[in-house]
Write a protein that binds this ligand. Structure first.
Ligand SMILES: [Zn+2]
Ligand SMILES: [Zn+2]
Length: 341
């Protein structure tokens, strides 16, 4: 891979067999940085190695689930193959912030879009706080089981919704579509050719669109919480807890997604949630970032990725849509990946 060489202070730690092994996270800030840098490079390499679908003749696609970790000493044949591949890759545009398509997509982020994101974030988080405060007063002990079941179902539904929206935006439509193209499809195209750009987005840019999705359901819930009688509210409590958990996890999906690409400075509680697969783990999401980005679309908890892949759910939907419309999935995604100027 032609990634920039690591800073010399980290080079030794990054070398195979070097001092940055398991447990480096606890071994001091410098080694923590080394481990983070190494993982981030693997993240980018996964995308680089697999982009044959987009860059025919440049690299070979790595099938989903393939172990993307470096496997230590490589044979001479592998080294020669790797050198030949790097020579071929010199002729291809690089994945990342310098990619021509990524630069053009980043420039399409407009002040109007920024305003829409600010309004969505303020409305969404205000409604969420208001609903949470009112909801805790309607929970009763006799509903405890159904409330917990409702919350769990809400989280699973949010994971499915994240997959459906992500799959839809990745696979169909184009940046040229009026209004929705630049505003909502553009970030998905940018993310595939510059996966770490999301880690440089601030809170508003990261969460604005998801907040917009949940404003109407949260406003509807707020209306119910102030207008229903106390008895009707107690009856509706498990359902409202389901809707609230769904709204909260849909809102947080892109923040969780951003964390899955972040290898430096994550709070320890976020790393704990990732390590226990309560939210999307970093290695798990890397499987999606292998071109042509055709599986593992769920990005909230990622719990549904394996079962949906096993039953061929996304391919099934794509075949139906392709038959009905004649459109090929991810044609626009491929087009942006191939941009060289
Ligand atoms: Zn994607
Ligand atoms: Zn991603």
């Amino acid at each position: 891979m032609l990634l920039p060489p690591p800073p010399s202070s980290l080079a030794q730690a990054l070398a195979p067999g070097g001092s940055a092994g398991p447990g480096a996270r606890a071994a001091g800030p410098e080694l923590e940085d080394a481990a983070g840098l190494r993982e981030q490079q693997q993240d980018e390499e996964a995308a680089e190695r697999g982009r044959a679908g987009a860059m025919a003749g440049c690299t070979q696609r790595v099938p989903a689930g393939t172990n993307l970790e470096p496997d230590g000493a490589s044979s001479e044949a592998e080294a020669a193959a790797s050198a030949a591949q790097e020579a071929r890759e010199d002729a291809c545009p690089r994945w990342g912030a310098q990619h021509a398509g990524a630069r053009e997509l980043a420039e399409l982020y407009s002040p109007g879009k920024r305003l829409q994101e600010w309004i969505s974030v303020i409305l969404c988080f205000s409604l969420m706080a208001f609903n949470f405060y009112n909801l805790i007063f309607c929970v009763r002990w006799e509903h405890a089981f159904s409330v917990v079941a409702g919350i769990l179902a809400g989280v699973i539904t949010a994971d499915f919704v994240s997959g459906l929206v992500h799959w839809g935006a990745d696979s169909w439509g184009s940046v040229e579509l009026p209004i929705v193209g630049k505003a909502f499809i553009r970030p998905f195209r940018e993310h595939h050719i510059d996966p770490t750009a999301i880690t440089r987005h601030d809170f508003i840019e990261t969460n604005g669109d998801n907040c917009m999705l949940t404003v109407v359901p949260l406003a509807n819930m707020a209306y119910k919480l102030v207008s229903l009688s106390p008895e009707a509210l107690h009856q509706a409590c498990p359902w409202e807890c389901y809707v609230f958990a769904l709204a909260v996890f849909v809102t947080l999906t892109n923040q969780i997604h951003k964390w899955s690409h972040t290898y430096f400075g994550l709070p320890s509680w976020v790393v704990f949630l990732q390590d226990w697969h309560i939210i999307l783990p970093r290695k798990h999401h890397r499987i999606h970032h292998v071109s042509p980005h055709e599986t593992y679309f769920c990005i909230t908890t990622g719990w549904l990725n394996y079962p949906l892949e096993k039953i061929g759910f996304w391919r099934f939907l794509e075949n139906i849509i392709q038959r009905l419309t004649g459109e090929k999935p991810r044609a626009d995604d491929m087009k942006w990946a191939q941009k060289i100027k």
